[in-house]
Design a protein around this ligand. Structure first.
Ligand code: ADP
Ligand code: MG
Length: 564
């Protein structure tokens, strides 16, 4: 064996380890879920690589995960015969965090244990959760295809460093051994470990095995035999009938595919037959990930072909505005050797994307209709992303429009809770337009002087201030036959809403102010296009508007800031 080398953890890993040990203590049994989840991922990766290189299986194609404990040594070992880790992979994957959203995560930490535990959960706990219960962790691994003498032993006490050494290992795959902390003896029980595995890892599609135990009457206790038994259902959860899957199992599966810590908000599970045949199990998360706005972020729908894992993060399976969706799509039609390039061209993939988009929209519609509170939660997290759909998905524009929520002068709150249908149902007699105003913030929009006449007349106005709003509005001319009109633009025709007296008064006013208007026009000659008498102001003496067919001042400022 080569001499051992000691390396330091990346600073972020050190910080994460410290936080995890101190914040996730009440949830410590999740280490087992994380390690089994990694073992399952490793087997998926091997099965995928073996499509092109069957020799990687080395005559051992029965992939499985094993969990053992040694009460005397006080260790738990989770092993798999999956892809394994090379020395370089071990250093990179078990010593750093190379993930988008890392910066945002660390910047949001507060020092408050409960809040931080939440954030860590969202960020993903993963392998490092081992150190919640262990004061030393050893990872012995041999990469598929590597020689027995090229295995690697990674060890750490989770403080600040890890050691790495080239060693021998007889078989392919990874064995993670936890040396339990003094107070964690509870886990050294076949009963306890089985109970945790059934709770957290039942959805794993590979067999998770433990040594069978029998009652020894002489010793008066359970003793281990040498026979392995499978303790989970060991079939892919999405292939089961809906009636055979409990909510708990759906939720645990979600945590496995999404690397999320929290339960999902909703899910949809369907087998689709017809032109294209596939199974979809798609989830709407409760909370936006740290990297929702990061263009390189992983998207989170895993592609399987006939139950064989093909790739994470198959962005062709859903449009970008649904990038928050997590889950699995298993196609019966695609070839096993499908590449990202092929995915881009494939008609089957197009059918899957269209079908999955419709499903997710149905889930959201159902939520909006039957569970307004939950929908509000969804909107708060993902509403801005869904708005992108107005421009991105012309085919579903009308459905998406119904799902939009806005702040408005009716509610007088920054919370976006008013749907276009709500607005329309409250329209005044004679009103045939949907009015809105945009601003850089809710405060700016709700204090717009343009609102005065609308407030006075009791006309509701939508208050838009998200970054995507102006862009979205350029794809939204009307809703259910009612045109959307900015109140900051010229030519606002409120006549239909004025009564006879008011109209007469307006005409008189216009007549009386003619000389003033002429003088203003003359003196502002090269600065404005026109000067008009208006009835749209109540408290302010004057306001600047743009022509109905021109860019709004807010969009103009955005474009100018972008150097255009
Ligand atoms: P994640 O699973 O979200 O990628 P983890 O912290 O759980 O993050 O694992 C980090 C990385 O370590 C994995 O992405 C993988 O590359 C590697 N790894 C962990 N466990 C195993 C294993 N049993 N076999 C092979 N690689 C593993
Ligand atoms: Mg993991």
């Amino acid at each position: 064996a080569m001499a051992s080398e000691t390396l330091g953890f990346q600073a972020e890993v050190k910080q994460l380890l410290h936080l995890m040990i101190h914040s996730l203590y009440s949830n410590k049994e999740i280490f087992l879920r994380e390690l089994v989840s990694n073992a399952s991922d490793a087997c998926d990766k091997l099965r995928f690589e073996a499509i092109d290189k069957p020799e990687l299986m080395q005559g051992d194609a029965d992939l499985r995960i094993r969990v053992e404990y040694d009460a005397d040594k006080r260790t738990i070992t989770i092993s798999d015969n999956g892809i394994g880790l090379s020395r370089d992979e071990a250093i990179a994957n078990l010593g750093t965090i190379a993930r988008s959203g890392t910066k945002e995560f660390f910047s949001q930490l507060t020092g408050d244990k409960q809040k931080d535990a939440h954030l860590i959960g969202q960020f993903g706990v993963g392998f490092y959760s081992s150190f919640i219960v262990a004061d030393k962790v050893s990872v012995l691994s041999r990469r598929a295809g590597a020689d027995a003498t090229e295995a690697v032993l990674w060890e750490s006490d989770g403080q600040g460093e890890f050691s790495i050494m080239t060693v021998e290992k007889a078989d392919r795959g990874t064995a993670v051994t936890l040396h339990l902390r003094a107070e964690e003896d509870d886990f050294l029980s076949g009963w306890k470990l089985r109970e945790i595995l059934r709770r957290y890892s039942d959805h794993i599609s590979l067999p998770v095995q433990m040594l069978k135990e029998e009652w020894d009457s002489e010793a008066s206790k359970q003793v281990k035999t040498t026979e392995w038994e499978t303790v989970n259902q060991a079939n892919a959860l999405w292939t089961r009938a809906k009636s055979d899957v409990t909510d708990e199992q759906y939720k645990e599966f979600y945590k496995h595919v999404s690397h999320d810590f929290e339960d999902p908000l909703a899910w949809t599970h369907n087998r689709v037959e017809g032109r294209s045949e596939y199974t979809q199990l798609l989830y709407v998360p409760k909370r936006a990930p740290f990297d929702l706005w990061d263009r390189d972020a992983r998207r989170g729908v895993k592609l399987y072909v006939k139950r064989v894992f093909i790739m994470d993060d198959a962005e062709q399976l859903l449009p970008a505005y649904l990038r928050f969706v997590r889950g699995v799509i298993d196609s019966a039609d695609l070839p096993l050797n499908v590449s990202r390039e092929i995915l881009q061209e494939s008609r089957d993939v197009r059918a899957i994307r269209e079908g999955s988009t419709k499903r997710i929209l149905s889930v959201l519609e159902d939520m909006a209709e039957n569970n307004a509170e939950q929908y509000a939660e969804f909107w708060g997290q993902f509403g801005q992303v869904l708005k992108e759909g107005m421009g991105e998905d012309a085919a579903n524009k009308e459905r998406i429009a119904k799902l939009l929520r806005f702040a408005s002068t009716q509610a007088n709150s920054a919370t976006q809770s008013v749907s276009l249908a709500d607005y329309v149902s409250r329209m005044k007699e004679g009103q045939d337009k949907i009015y809105y105003v945009t601003g850089e913030s809710y405060a700016a929009a709700s204090n717009s002087p343009h609102l005065e006449i609308f407030r006075k007349k009791g006309l509701e106005v939508l208050l838009l201030s998200d970054r995507v709003d102006e862009w979205m509005l350029s794809f939204m001319q009307d809703f259910e036959g009612k045109s959307l009109v900015s109140i900051a633009k010229g030519g606002l025709d409120l006549d239909a809403l004025a009564d006879e007296d008011e109209k007469k008064r307006q005409e008189e006013v216009a007549e009386n102010f003619k000389p003033l208007v002429e003088r203003l026009k003359a003196s502002l000659d090269d600065k404005v296009k026109d000067v008009r008498v208006t009835v749209r102001l109540v408290d302010s003496p004057s306001c600047v508007v743009v022509d109905a067919n021109e860019l709004s001042p807010h969009l103009l400022r955005m474009l100018q800031a972008a150097g255009q």
